[in-house]
Design a protein around this ligand. Structure first.
Ligand SMILES: [Mn+2]
Length: 373
């Protein structure tokens, strides 16, 4: 037995805040936030207290557990994915007709100027601890990626049989989630694979000297996989290098968007399945960058890309894979609801959120199924 639940709960009460509150703001999107709180708690008042009370039910929950990370500091082209967790939750509740097929842990308390604590000096860490935890003696992390990693790794320590569904945030926020997941599964002796949907490889080693960002996070979780081939990327199309370069240099497997569109999702799923069977993979983590989808379906994102997948292909692939291999962790990243960049008749954010919610709700259901199995 590692950390006990009560200690973890008191950590959560400090590191997290109620669902939808992860963006530090007074007025912006206040109505939306209050609307979400009314749906969750039946009121917009005393939300901190109601949320903190609700955490007590976590040990008895058998549902997928949601964690929002409202950080886009790791992005860098067009920002705005910090609003993903609030807006996607609302879209999810529409999708599930107000039912809650998940347990909501809340949002990471994000200082929007920070990324990871390793980039900070001691003075800044102390000041930020004063701001977040009202104590300079606190030993808790302060950067969003560091907090998320602390929350996720201790989550798996306390609840090895539960699964997390992360909502980003720019794609760097998958780094702590995937890292904690991979390390926990390794500890449990379980062989897992990463199924990564994206228009981009996210395989930079660093970007302008920063190693943890939306373009480089995958590179830094490869060492936590049993084999680098266990990272399977789907939907790639915006890349300065051909597929062979990435597969040879990093050892990952890729299925580019044109392959998926030409061959169809069924045959692609079959190829992936035969690898997973051969390698005796036991569980899957799915990281979904919404820009894997064509920009006509996903325009509300930092780097919308044409010539991508429709929601149909990933759904078929995920359905086929999950028939044989349980999905025990997943995330939905890079939805930036205030961005509407394409000629989308101003329905871009609505469409992006709708398809994001339908894929998310599938992944959440799968995590819940696995939790109950
Ligand atoms: Mn990405």
């Amino acid at each position: 037995m590692g950390l006990d639940w009560n200690k973890y709960k008191s950590r959560l009460e400090q590191e997290l805040c109620p669902p939808g509150n992860g963006v530090f703001t007074i007025h912006t999107a206040q109505e939306k936030r209050q609307g979400l709180h009314k749906k969750i708690y039946g009121t917009k008042d005393n939300v901190e207290e109601l949320w903190s009370k609700s955490l007590s039910d976590l040990p008895n929950s058998d549902q997928a557990v949601i964690l929002g990370i409202c950080s886009d500091t790791g992005g860098g082209i067009l920002r705005g994915a910090n609003w993903g967790p609030l807006f996607l939750r609302e879209a999810l509740l529409k999708e599930t007709k107000g039912e809650f097929p998940f347990f909501d842990l809340g949002d990471v308390r994000v200082i929007p100027h920070l990324l990871h604590d390793k980039y900070l000096n001691q003075e800044t860490i102390t000041n930020c601890r004063k701001a977040l935890y009202k104590s300079e003696k606190s030993t808790l992390p302060v950067g969003p990626l560091s907090i998320a990693e602390d929350v996720a790794s201790k989550f798996y320590e306390v609840f090895p049989g539960k699964g997390l569904f992360g909502i980003g945030g720019d794609h760097s926020t998958s780094f702590p989630l995937v890292k904690a997941y991979l390390q926990a599964k390794k500890e449990q002796g379980k062989r897992v694979a990463l199924i990564h949907f994206d228009a981009h490889t996210d395989l930079l080693v660093e970007r302008l000297g920063i190693d943890l960002c939306f373009g480089s996070w995958v590179t830094h979780i490869l060492k936590d996989l049993h084999k680098t081939q266990d990272a399977i990327q789907i939907g790639i199309r915006s890349s300065g290098q051909p597929k062979e370069h990435w597969e040879k240099t990093f050892g990952v497997q890729q299925f580019w968007a044109d392959e998926v569109l030409n061959e169809g999702p069924g045959p692609i799923a079959d190829k992936i399945l035969s690898y997973l069977r051969k390698e005796k993979i036991e569980e899957l983590y799915v990281s979904f960058d919404i820009d894997a989808l064509d920009s006509s379906f996903a325009s509300a994102t930092g780097t919308p890309e044409p010539n991508g997948l429709s929601p149909h292909e990933p759904m078929v692939i995920l359905q086929e894979l999950s028939k044989e291999f349980p999905i025990s962790g997943a995330d939905m990243m890079e939805i930036a609801p205030f961005l509407q960049t394409e000629k989308d008749n101003n329905h871009g954010a609505e469409t992006t959120l709708m398809v994001g919610a339908s894929l998310s709700s599938f992944l959440i259901e799968e995590i819940t199924k696995w939790t109950r199995s």
